[in-house]
Ligand binder design. Structure first.
Ligand SMILES: NC(=O)c1ccc[n+]([C@@H]2O[C@H](COP(=O)([O-])OP(=O)(O)OC[C@H]3O[C@@H](n4cnc5c(N)ncnc54)[C@H](O)[C@@H]3O)[C@@H](O)[C@H]2O)c1
Length: 418
């Protein structure tokens, strides 16, 4: 039975630890945050996709969380799932990857497959991770294997999870690729070997950039379709009946989470840094998607203006502040920028979200409205930013004085759509 250490027990690392544990592997979750370690060992989950019962089941199958790096000494496989945020000035911040890699270099004591899953720019595995492992006197394919395997987890997705989403794997050598393929094949249905680590790294960034650009395309269209009095939602529904060559993307108040607003920057940064020219599609997509929160507020203001009302002093009730429906994750949610802009223009802000009780926006903190129906009826305008499945959007729109739907969730005339 393989000993596996998963470094970083967040949205990516914890589902991976679950998959490997269920496959009968002996799994330890190495995590810096002591509170997370304690919670996990007490059967408490802190990510949307896993319940407390899932953690308790993992624990009963031998899973342990720890913040002691010496657990790496016994590992046959170490997988790194630590954050890769943007640093100041929008450049990649790989501090967590570097620090995890140094810890691994200092602690491996037998032939270990080291696999990076954190999203990063092409070349990281070979040019940043490999030298750290080698600087500890370890030899590639003798003392360790090294590979990259992009995480494709889609939080909240009930159909595709770790097991049935094909896993791309690229090693810095063929032997390393094989070691990583053998590991994932134990609990993932389809493992796809890429030519090498750089190809696997770039595949992940292509996937995310593709979404970023296509969302920007429909976001830009939403602006002129509104002015031309064309219903873009109807346009997309018509276009998507084409059985080939088209994939539907939908406009919205901006992009959130990690994969779309942040990851494509890793690619454009690397292209500019190493080649000296821009990756223009990414930069344009970013400009368009970042303009959406302000555009949404413009439309709210225009809707009030049509009724001779000012946004300044008006109560605006925001529905849904997370970046995706039916999850609690607020990272990079465009709702924050919408809220800041509304407040800057003098609106009185209220919010509701079934997944969020207290919402922090800059220095302010908002408490979820207690009575959703009453708040909907009282607000000058209700602004749907996230369509959680518990919302009866048509009923809320009918109850409101004015309703602005940025998700195309309402078909009724009582709501205005983006
Ligand atoms: N969340 C997603 O949907 C998603 C999807 C695909 C890819 N990714 C990528 O996966 C990576 C991890 O993302 P996430 O969403 O799981 O992040 P997260 O913030 O949910 O979890 C990361 C965890 O790693 C821990 N950590 C940080 N440094 C550590 C270290 N040196 N040793 C041990 N633990 C450490 C943190 O305390 C945290 O608990 C990122 O590169 C992200 O871009 C995320």
């Amino acid at each position: 039975m393989q000993n596996v250490v998963v470094v970083g027990q967040g949205y990516v690392g914890l589902p991976l630890a679950k998959g490997a544990t269920q496959a009968g592997l002996r799994v330890t979750g190495l995590e810096l945050n002591a509170q997370v370690v304690e919670q996990l060992n007490n059967g408490i989950s802190h990510v949307d996709d896993l319940s407390d019962a899932d953690i308790a089941a993992m624990n009963s199958q031998g899973f342990k969380a720890s913040n002691d790096p010496s657990v790496i000494a016994d590992a046959d496989v170490v997988v790194i799932c630590v954050p890769t945020p943007l640093g100041e000035a929008g450049s990649p911040d790989l501090n967590a990857v570097e620090s995890a890699m140094r810890t691994i270099a200092q602690n491996i004591s037998k032939k270990t497959a080291v696999i990076l899953e954190s999203t990063t720019y092409p070349g990281t595995t070979e040019e940043l991770c490999l030298p750290i492992l080698e600087s500890a006197g370890k030899k590639l394919d003798e003392d360790f294997h090294l590979a990259f395997s992009p995480e494709r987890i889609d939080p909240g997705n009930k159909i595709y999870g770790l097991k049935n989403t094909p896993k791309v794997v690229g090693g810095v050598t063929q032997e390393s690729t094989k070691a990583a393929v053998d590991f994932y094949s134990q609990f993932v249905d389809t493992v796809v070997p890429a030519k090498g680590a750089k190809e696997a790294e770039t595949a992940k960034l292509l996937e995310n950039t593709y979404r970023h650009i296509n969302i920007a395309l429909v976001n830009e269209m939403s602006k002129f379709c509104h002015e031309l009095n064309i219903d873009l939602w109807d346009v997309i529904n018509a276009a998507k009946t084409k059985p080939f060559g088209f994939q539907a993307f939908y406009p919205g108040p901006g992009v959130g989470g990690h994969c779309i607003p942040i990851d494509p920057n890793y690619l454009s940064y690397q292209v500019r840094k190493s080649l000296g020219y821009p990756f223009r599609f990414v930069e344009l997509a970013e400009e368009i998607n970042n303009s959406m929160p302000r555009y949404v507020v413009d439309r709210v203001q225009a809707q009030l203006n049509n009724d001779q009302l000012a946004l300044s002093g008006a109560t605006v009730l925001i529905l849904g502040v997370t970046y995706k429906p039916n999850i609690a994750d607020q990272r990079e949610s465009p709702a924050t920028d919408v809220a800041k802009e509304l407040v800057a223009r003098g609106a009185v802000l209220q919010f509701h979200d079934p997944m969020v009780a207290d919402w922090k926006v800059a220095d302010a903190s908002y408490e979820r409205v207690g009575d959703l129906e009453a708040a909907t009826a009282n607000a000058e305008i209700v602004l749907l930013l996230q369509n959680h499945s518990s919302y009866d959007v048509e009923a809320l729109a009918a109850k409101s004085k004015r309703f602005f739907d940025t998700r195309g969730a309402s078909a009724s005339a009582s709501a205005e759509r983006l």
